[in-house]
Design a protein around this ligand. Structure first.
Ligand SMILES: [Zn+2]
Length: 188
C-alpha cells in the first residue's frame, strides 16, 4: 500500500519527522491498533457529519485508553478524541506522564492535540489520514502544519508518523474538495 520505489527511508532517530506516508513504515501491530481506532471512531456512525474521530493509546502492547471525539455530546470544545484518550489514559494509570506509549489517531492531530501529546510525554504519535487527505475544516490554521510542533519540540524522544491505513481513515472524513456549507465547517 505504501510506495516502495524511490530512496530508502532515513534511519530512525528520535525527533525525526517522517513526512506523511512517504516514509511511514507501519507494522501489522500499528495497523491492528489503527483498526481499533477506526472502530471507535465509527461507534456513533461513519458519515462525516457524525465527526467520526477515534484515538487509542497503547503501552506495553495493551490498550490503556480508547476514545472518540465528544465535543457536542459533553459539550466541550476541547473534547477531541486524542484529548479524551490522554485524559482517560492518565486517569487509568494514575500518572500524568505516558512515556513509552503510542497514541493512534484516525486523523492527523490538530494543534491542540499535538501539543497535548508532547505534554503527555507519549513516545510516538501515529495517524491515519493526513492534512492533505481531508477537507481544511478539520484544521485550525491555514499554513501551519502541526508536524513542525513535534519537530521543534524541546523533547527529542517523540516521533510522529502518518499514513497508517490512510485510505480507510480518509474515507471517514469530508474530502479536500468537498463543497460544504459554511455552517458545516467546524473551524469557522
Ligand atoms: Zn484535536
Amino acid at each position: 500500500m505504501y510506495p516502495t520505489n524511490g530512496p530508502p527511508p532515513p534511519p530512525f532517530r528520535p525527533g525525526t519527522v517522517w513526512r506523511a506516508a512517504r516514509w511511514a513504515r507501519m507494522t501489522q501491530e500499528d495497523e491492528r491498533w489503527m483498526r481499533r481506532a477506526i472502530e471507535i471512531a465509527r461507534s456513533k456512525g461513519s458519515h462525516p457529519s457524525t465527526a467520526p474521530l477515534g484515538s487509542v493509546i497503547v503501552r506495553d502492547g495493551r490498550e490503556i485508553a480508547g476514545e472518540r471525539n465528544q465535543t457536542s455530546e459533553l459539550p466541550d470544545a476541547t473534547a477531541h478524541a486524542e484529548m479524551m484518550a490522554i485524559r482517560r489514559a492518565c486517569e487509568g494509570i494514575g500518572e500524568e506522564e505516558l512515556r513509552g506509549a503510542t497514541l493512534y489517531s484516525t486523523l492527523q492531530p490538530c494543534g491542540m492535540c499535538t501539543m497535548a501529546s508532547i505534554w503527555s510525554k507519549v513516545g510516538r504519535v501515529v495517524y491515519g489520514a493526513g492534512r492533505d487527505d481531508v477537507h481544511a475544516m478539520y484544521f485550525e490554521a491555514k499554513h501551519v502544519d502541526t508536524l513542525s510542533f513535534i519537530a521543534d519540540a524541546y523533547r527529542d524522544d517523540i516521533v510522529i508518523e502518518g499514513g497508517c491505513l490512510r485510505d480507510e481513515c480518509a474515507k471517514l472524513y469530508y474530502p479536500p474538495d468537498a463543497d460544504l456549507p459554511v455552517d458545516e465547517q467546524a473551524n469557522l
